[in-house]
Design a protein around this ligand. Structure first.
Ligand SMILES: Cc1ncc(COP(=O)(O)O)c(C=O)c1O
Length: 230
């Protein structure tokens, strides 16, 4: 089998659960859409069940819900033609069409062109209120000038030394000062990596192999945590 196809299918399967998460998380963003605020806005979650599957036998309600979603979906599609084109291209070169499993939602994700403060603007110039804010990392919002100026300054001095740097010491000192139970810091490149190290450390310290994990919780791409993800 073509290795790319194999990777893509394994990736898609592993992320089928994550897609559900993407939907609910993304809906938080979509709920906040200002320019086309009706898009998915009245639903807390995307109705996956058909009328027949309805667990409560409330067929009319489910049918109405499906109808509302169909209308809103069609409105979304009509307002995001450039995103659709990008997604068609993406599917050919990115597994499942995305760079991160939870970014996918139906019928296709929108593509962001720029962002400022609390707003995202997609490639069709739709405006979104962003409740996701870079996986909650952007506590100062998008393109905050204090951050962009500091980054611009640093860019002139080089970007990747592969050596130690005073700023890492300063940042670690700041975190230790601000987080009461943090005595030392190991910076990582991702949440997946952080969790992997945390588990390794806990196993070494406790001398136990098993770990406990919340049912349905998403903690990144580490194998040991890709269990029971919703
Ligand atoms: C609770 C939690 N843990 C881990 C991760 C994985 O982080 P990363 O994508 O940086 O690997 C995420 C990502 O959203 C997360 O929400």
């Amino acid at each position: 089998m073509d290795p790319c196809k194999l990777f893509s299918s394994v990736f898609s399967e592993a992320n089928s659960n994550a897609r559900d998460l993407s939907l609910s998380k993304r809906l938080e963003i979509v709920n906040g859409i200002t320019q086309f605020g009706e898009c998915f806005s009245s639903q807390g979650s995307f109705p996956r069940r058909s009328v027949v599957d309805s667990p409560h036998g409330n067929h009319n309600k489910t049918a109405r819900k499906n109808e509302t979603v169909a209308v809103k979906m069609s409105s979304y599609v009509s307002k995001t033609p450039n995103s659709r084109i990008l997604y068609e291209r993406a599917k050919k070169v990115l597994p499942a069409g995305v760079s991160y499993g939870v970014r996918y939602f139906e019928p296709y994700p929108f593509y962001t062109a720029r962002a400022k403060g609390s707003k995202l603007y997609d490639v069709d110039n739709n405006e979104y209120v962003d409740f996701w804010l870079g996986h909650t990392a952007l506590i100062l919002g998008h393109a905050n000038s204090a951050v962009t100026n500091a980054v611009a300054d640093q860019l002139q001095k080089g970007t990747h030394y592969g050596t130690c740097h005073e700023l890492e010491v300063k940042l670690a000192e700041q975190v230790v000062k601000m987080v009461p139970n943090a005595r030392m810091i190991r910076f990582t490149n991702s949440g997946t990596e952080a969790n992997m190290y945390a588990i390794r450390l806990a196993r070494a310290y406790a001398g136990k192999a098993k770990i406990a994990k919340f049912e349905g919780g998403w903690h990144g791409g580490y194998d040991a945590l890709q269990v029971s993800v919703k």
